[in-house]
Write a protein that binds this ligand. Structure first.
Ligand code: PRP
Length: 212
């Protein structure tokens, strides 16, 4: 029997996912050692392998078939835009992708002015402004703490994830427009879905019961 390989976005989501998997009888003892520096973990009985990667790399591993399945946020799936199947919403990590900025920036969005948009998500931001709003904007790619950009004058608005809204509030910014809802998803390689359909479908169906 071949291994089914599952790529997990490292961090809180990986821990939550392992919790769900434990509930359906899929465990991985090796992974529970907090001191381990291993990158890949195996459950020989179930012929399953797990690895932790940077969230933005999960769709890449899954598209190329280096992982048969992956668990990652919808923000990353949309931004990476890879060929894969999105098969199950885990209903965790719920948040929203938003356009945010100071209250004054609301006017600039209404009048379709040429504005600067700072974001970690240039693909999502471009799609929203160019294809949905038909507004020409300058996208400025940042790697984190995006809320800084409108405060220090790098951009008029940002496109970023809003969960509780406290980062915006504490920095005098607000949600100006909502782009989409986000949550964690299971993604599957398109070939693996055919070749290993029984085993992958069983995992997905078992998980459906746990998460619903
Ligand atoms: C994310 C996001 C916001 C913040 C939103 O940042 O980019 O900054 O969380 O959460 P809130 O609405 O609950 O305040 P993250 O903590 O991942 O760090 P980063 O800004 O360095 O990307």
């Amino acid at each position: 029997m071949n291994y089914i390989t599952i790529a997990l976005a490292k961090g809180r989501l990986a821990k939550t996912t392992m919790g769900f998997l434990n509930e359906i009888g899929i465990t991985c003892e090796e992974m529970e050692d907090p001191k381990t520096r291993k990158l890949i973990f195996t459950n020989e009985d179930l012929k399953l392998r797990f690895f932790l990667s940077k969230p933005s790399d999960v769709p890449t591993y899954v598209e190329y078939g280096a992982a048969d399945m992956g668990v990652v946020g919808r923000d990353t799936i949309l931004e990476e835009n890879r060929k894969l199947y999105e098969v199950l919403d885990l209903g965790v990590g719920k948040c929203r992708m938003c356009v945010a900025g100071p209250a004054e920036a609301a006017e600039l969005l209404k009048h379709h002015e040429l504005i600067r948009v700072a974001t970690k998500y240039p693909v999502i931001a471009k799609d929203y402004f160019y294809n949905k709003k038909h507004q020409t904007v300058e996208i400025i790619k940042l790697h984190g703490s995006v809320e800084l950009a409108p405060i220090v004058g790098l951009s008029e608005v940002i496109v970023d994830i809003v969960e509780t809204g406290s980062t915006l509030r504490e920095n005098g910014l607000m949600v100006l427009e909502e782009i989409c809802d986000l949550s964690a998803k299971i993604v599957v390689n398109q070939v693996s879905m055919k070749m290993e359909n029984d085993r992958i479908s069983r995992i997905i169906n078992d998980l459906k019961r746990v998460v619903s």
